[in-house]
Design a protein around this ligand. Sequence first.
Ligand SMILES: [Cu+2]
Length: 504
Amino acid sequence: MNSSTPHTILQRRDFLGLSVAAASAALLTACTPSGRSGGQRIYAGDAAVRAAEDARPSSGKTVTAALTAAPFAADLGAAAAGGTLSTWGYDGAMNGPLLRGSVGDRLEVALANRLPEPTSIHWHGLALANSQDGVEKLTQEATAAGAGFNYGFKLSHPGTYWYHSHMELQRERALYGALIVDDPDERKDYDHEWVILLDDWLDGVTGSPEEVLAELNQGMGSMMRGGHMAMGSVSPFLGGDAGDVRYPLHLFNGRVPADPDTLAARPGDRVRLRIINAAGDTAYRVGAPGARLTVTHTDGFPVEPKDADAVVLGMGERIDALLTVPAGWTPLMALPEGKAGLALGRIRAGSGREPVPAALPSRINGEVFDGGRLTSAASVRLPRKPVTVRHAVRLTGSMMGYNWGINGRRFAMDSPYDGALAVRQGDRVQLDFINPSVMWHPMHLHGHTFQIGESGARKDTVIVRPGATVSVLFDADNPGQWLYHCHNAYHAASGMMGVLSYVR
Ligand SMILES: [Cu+2]
């Protein structure tokens, strides 16, 4: 096992990689409204990163787990030719094991890499030590094929999170799982809990994620040849184009609708749903015809509860909702927004007729919203405070050129700090996600949970519709180098990523 810290790769660039003259010029423009410049970057191995970790509350308990990333044969029934397909996952399953601890616990996960290529794990949504964030070259060296890496960090906030590979398109296979952080003081006013992982799937059925990216990069030519590009997938809810990719399958806890996951309950029971959208290019509209949802949390953090007929989750987002179980069978449907298909689970409470996928409604309307439209619970709302640094994050690129980027720049792992957004510890930061493109983007920031505007939900991933600007606020309290990016797997692979860079 190798737990090497990134000192060696990172300390070569102590002063932004600028010449002395350029650095001096940069210092003159420090503290302008558009950002911080000058100063030394605070890398993952910095004492400030360790100090922030030490300052987090501790329960004194350690939760340990082991994950093996490896190829395996997945059984998706008749959906795959021959009954099984070969893909990559954790511990040989379509969903990695559920990892669970309480606030203040230290989570230690030993990763063994049995994949034929390097890998890393990102702990999505957690405010954790930067050195454990799992971003190759930025916070650690990728873990080579045959090697291992020991992750260890404190769990700082309760909620519904998840983990996934952060290497290229590995997440588009089955390299992901749920991570739940419990609040020991919470009063549990429900009878059951159902953790739900949603995913769009094509690996081993119609091609591979790498083939899809190659097609997207070729542009309209491959569309004419009838490849994987989505044609005419439109969602008024998302403001236009719903996605780039056509998927043969949509999975609910790793299962197809013909063989659905089933939750047994009694009529009148209350169920807490913890819904996670692990997809690459698909938003899901989730609802249970015959029952309403009461949304209580998004991205782990509580909101003012709100009733819904359905909720929409972009890639990377989570929603917690309560549902009161009707008598009989209740379908829990995840409809791919603007695309054909269905991911399905079901609740069985007594007898009655089983829901047949073909007989289910093809749409769920009524009161429908996404987590970005909710109000934060007062208990987690940021205190009002003047913004000390503000950055514009323009979401640029187009489907034609497949040149997705940030502020016109396509991210390159070899020069991650080009165009980085500088902040100092203690800043109140405002990011303006400005979307001049014709597609929506689910924008995700590592290591922080921002707030949407003055009183919106606390989130780490938010839908930014075409033509819209979403302004988010957070306190810079977790030093290090943090990636932010579109959680569309293909947009991120194409370059819609950047670094939020703590400097001193
Ligand atoms: Cu995007």
